[in-house]
Design a binder for this molecule. Sequence first.
Ligand SMILES: *Cc1c(COP(=O)(O)O)cnc(C)c1O
Length: 371
Amino acid sequence: MVNIPPFDATCQYQSIAADIEKNICAVMAGGRYIMGPQVKEFEAQFAEYLSCEQVISCNSGTDALHLALRALKIGAGDEVITTPFTFIATTEAIGIVGATPVFVDVDLNTYNIDTDLIESQITERTKAILPVHLYGRPCNMTVIMEIARKYNLKVIEDCAQATGAVWEGKKVGTIGDVGCFSFFPTKNLGCFGDGGAIATSDKVIAERVEYLRRHGGKVKYQHEELGLNSRLDTIQAAVLLVKLQYLDRWNSARVEIANYYINQLANVKGIVLPTMQSGSVWNQFTIRVLDKQRAKVQKFLKEKGIGSMVYYPIPLHLQQVHSNLNYALGSLPISEQLSDEVLSLPMFPELTASAQKVVVESVSQAFFALT
Ligand SMILES: *Cc1c(COP(=O)(O)O)cnc(C)c1O
């Protein structure tokens, strides 16, 4: 039996261990564990990578979303349009600042917010659109920006799964007013713990996030607003400084694996493959398993030693935490369908050719076994 996990952080570490250890040791010896020079250096290099004016790092992707909303002064009484087919952090941040998430269903082919449905949900309380580039696939930012301009809305991009993804020549996270990134270990650019950042070319947003992340005070021990303690650890910045240099190579490796999966699985009946989209960075390779066979397929793969994941089994509009919003079962049918059908196959840059081969053979066998 093989052992192919859905994600493996250790082989990536092995490939760059010497540089990582050197950088971490320098932090330990330097003693500047909070907001050491590596934090600013990483922010500068990541801003250059993205081609935006400023990056402000923070403690997590969730905090990046929270800080972005706070920086835009979105709060009680405001509505934020977003997708129900994402990780809870997206709407958690909206709720925590006191605003209300308004869900727009997703597109069956891209898993991302259906831009044709956005306008019908805009009210006089709508302040922002919060698209999520799910699984590393960029949303249609051209249409989203057109709608935002027409209705004078802010755009906050949730790029947690899409670091390095490109929409029409621009990195995601630099198209809207502010982009929010996560460096959680399984993301395309992951550190060795929690970490996050916002990217913006708007000086006001950058300045506000910069002091909101350190207790809401521009000057030490003077506090204008309630803030957070949300800084990127210097050790994590030191790790990210090494890893950023490899991000494009790793993202290219993901694209190659996606291409291989798409070619090799093209004839398997009973599944729908994700379509190739240029600019996608494939944080996940997620197929749809039709005819309620997902649990069986997942079990078959598990018995073969192949890990797979369901992101996400319950869409956010049906989560208990959002029951006050009163979305009924059936109200956002595509998201509900995807929650029943999606299955993410092993996807990480170091996945070997032989492991990829075992994955596609096993997925094919799973369907052969079912019929
Ligand atoms: C991971 C993730 C987040 C939150 O990031 P953390 O760093 O784990 O807080 C937000 N949105 C999406 C879509 C994510 O996948």
